[in-house]
Ligand binder design. Structure first.
Ligand code: CP
Length: 296
């Protein structure tokens, strides 16, 4: 693999191999040494989990790692991202982990740089977040390995969610039994890769094995896309009553950052059903597996 841009570039076999490798890293804590593969982290959008877990993943694999502070980098003097990458590559950086607000930017960088460097998509706009899909699936497999028997419900702002987009693709590739996405009409996507969409929280969550809750993502809402938050909370927040429609054994997931009391009740975040911190733990191992897959 030269670049890691989205889930649809991978076969089912490649996804399974990445997940298996991630499990092996987690279970054995035995990590190879890739010290001749320097990595740069270029985060043009805020991040806690993705940035830190990629940094830790690189550290565990002994990959020299730089985190370019964009506020004080020469991009503030007008340098374009292509030149930033060319200059860092000239110093020996081989892998560029990029988060950016522009949909498709990482794909166009991969197209222009070809095999000269590896580009990793750490989230582009509302389009894709493929490493999140890997860690989400790792977490589901740990708890509920019979994917073809599962009903998975994703609840929240689906329309603006790169997490939901990549998650649909991994569910399709790995043969998840049923995927239902629940959102108010205004936040429903025009089309889906996999799964169906409903505005009925009761029907959508009924007998679900996995409930993934998404953030409202206020920063991505355009004109006419704002909903009254109080109404949203009343109708779509994951609270005790809504969660009771799912199976009692259902696990609760959230990619983070969590807005407690908005899309999900605080008590559910901290409940025994919550796998939210397990997702975060798994992010390190999933990202180790994918960084290793870029080593040539
Ligand atoms: N899930 C996720 O992408 O979190 P961060 O924005 O903190 O990286």
């Amino acid at each position: 693999m030269n670049h890691f841009l989205d889930i649809d570039q991978l076969s089912k076999y490649q996804i399974e191999a990445l997940l298996e490798r991630a499990f092996s890293f987690k279970n054995t804590q035995s990590f190879p040494n890739y010290q001749s593969y320097p990595v740069a982290h270029l985060f043009y959008e805020n991040s806690t989990r993705t940035r830190v877990s990629f940094e830790l993943a690189a550290q565990h694999l002994s990959m020299p790692s730089i985190n370019l502070p964009l506020q004080s980098s020469s991009e503030n003097k007008g340098e374009v991202i292509e030149d930033t990458i060319s200059n860092l590559a000239a110093m020996g950086i081989k892998i560029f982990i990029i988060r950016h607000q522009q949909n498709g930017l990482q794909q166009s960088l991969a197209d222009s740089f070809g095999e000269a460097v590896s580009i990793v998509n750490a989230g582009d706009g509302t389009h894709a977040h493929p490493s999140q899909a890997l860690l989400d699936m790792l977490t589901i497999l740990e708890k509920k390995p019979q994917l073809e028997q599962l009903k998975i419900a994703v609840l929240g702002n689906i329309k603006h969610s790169r997490v939901a987009n990549s998650f649909q693709k991994i569910c399709q590739k790995l043969g998840v039994g049923e995927l239902v996405m629940i959102a108010p009409e205004l936040w429903q996507p025009q089309k889906t890769t996999f799964g169906r969409v409903t505005a009925s929280i009761q029907e959508g969550l009924a007998d679900a094995d996995v409930v993934m809750c998404l953030r409202v993502q206020k920063e991505r809402l355009g004109e006419g896309e704002f909903l009254d938050l109080e109404t949203y909370k009343k109708e779509f927040s994951l609270n005790e009553k809504n969660l009771s429609y799912a199976k009692p054994s259902a696990i609760v997931m959230h990619p983070g950052p969590v807005n407690r009391g908005i899309e999900i009740d605080s008590a559910i975040v901290d409940s025994s059903q919550s796998c939210i911190l397990q997702q975060v733990t798994n992010g390190v191992f999933a990202r180790m597996a994918l960084l290793e897959a870029l080593v040539k």
